[in-house]
Design a protein around this ligand. Structure first.
Ligand SMILES: NC(=O)CC[C@H](N)C(=O)O
Length: 366
């Protein structure tokens, strides 16, 4: 394997081995503590333009299969692992992680101390990084200056969403699913419940959505800073009060912003498959799958018509809210799991119940 370097904005240099694509790359370096599900994490569009580090020490050991993708295209800029499994073994395995990343043109680096890297990110807070190959000029000072001047891209939702609507038919409730860089797991959970889904681009207007006569609107996850898509915040503002809404991750942030709350960037994100979240309405704790770098400011909720329903037990941040009057609720974590536990898939049932309740109300008014 060829030598490859990962250089961070704070001047740290990690020397490792190259795998995947040969190209150099730049991105925000993030880490996930998930112990399995690397295929889901790598294909999650919420990681668009980021360099994903796995804290789990060996990655790639069950290879790549055709079933576990969360998107067709890979949005992330690179991956970092302690040890790459070169000889995967699994009955579903069709290629190695190395072959897959080469085909998708995503560079990887292996053989570095990922615990050290994670501790740097946790201490310093979010950092940008560059992967570069041996043989290319490695002038750390210059690279640090370039990284400091590099802006995190603002058009990542546009890059990850679709441009035209498409149906995913069923015979149940009609759901318009807004794709901000949707994980397939969300569509899978709606399909499992026989929803008649229409997936629409992130910049669809509320008027266009309501003209599809949905029983409910689902707002997906997606990459980047939620304040970078004001048109989506406006769309959600116009939907609240007119249709039941369920939001996941970015969808949760957009509902909160549309209701007057504010968001902030976490020092380092929540990413993994074992984040405990307390449901304040039942007192139950669920283990959740998470992948977010921003959160909603708890204090800002008190000036809105929302109430907090879920909190993160690790750091106390807001993990879910609901509207006090309208049938609108959302969570910051991933109830669809993938990767990670499926303790919270019942929230999709809650969405179906909410739509049933609202359509009954309409029928009785008629
Ligand atoms: N998974 C998501 O939807 C992430 C939401 C947002 N991009 C964040 O990082 O906080």
């Amino acid at each position: 394997m060829k030598t490859r370097y990962l250089i961070l904005e704070d001047g740290s240099v990690f020397k490792g081995n190259a795998f995947g694509s040969e190209k150099g790359t730049v991105g925000e370096v993030i880490f996930t503590t998930a112990m399995t599900g690397y295929q889901e994490s790598i294909s999650d569009p919420s990681n668009c333009s980021q360099i994903l580090t796995f804290t789990y020490p060996m990655v790639g050991n069950y290879g790549i299969n055709p079933d576990d993708f969360e998107a067709i295209e890979i949005g992330l800029s690179g991956i970092v692992v302690r040890e790459l499994a070169e000889h995967p073994s699994n009955f579903r395995n069709q290629s190695t992680l190395d072959e897959f990343l080469t085909e998708k043109n995503v560079p990887g680096i292996e053989g570095i101390d990922t615990r050290k890297l994670t501790r740097i990110i946790r201490k310093h807070g979010s950092l940008k990084g560059k992967m570069t190959n041996a043989g290319e000029e490695v002038n750390v000072g210059e690279i640090v200056a370039i990284l400091k001047a590099t802006e995190i891209p603002k058009n990542v939702v546009e890059q990850s969403s679709i441009t035209r609507p498409y149906p995913s038919p069923g015979r149940g409730k009609r759901v318009v699913l807004v794709d901000f860089g949707m994980k397939h797991g969300i569509l899978r959970e709606l399909n499992k419940r026989d929803c008649d889904v229409i997936v629409v681009p992130f910049n669809t207007s509320a008027k266009e959505i309501l003209a599809m006569r949905p029983d409910g609107v689902m707002l997906s996850n997606g990459p980047g800073d939620p304040t970078d898509i004001p048109e989506a915040i406006e769309m959600v503002k116009d939907l609240i009060g007119n249709v039941p809404i369920f939001g996941v991750c970015l969808g949760h942030q957009l509902i909160s912003l549309a209701s007057g709350a504010t968001s902030f960037k976490l020092k380092f994100g929540h990413r993994g498959g074992n984040h405990p979240v307390k449901d304040l309405t039942t007192g139950r704790t669920e283990l959740t799958s998470q992948n977010h770098g921003y959160a909603i400011d708890a204090d800002s909720i008190s000036n809105t018509d929302l109430e907090i329903t879920h909190v993160a037990l690790n750091d106390g941040t807001v993990e879910g809210v609901r509207h006090k009057t309208y049938p609108v609720f959302c969570v910051q974590f991933h109830p669809e799991g993938s990767c990670g536990p499926e303790d919270s898939t019942h929230l999709f049932d809650q969405f179906i119940e909410l739509m049933n309740k609202e359509s009954k109300k309409e029928t009785s008014h008629a």
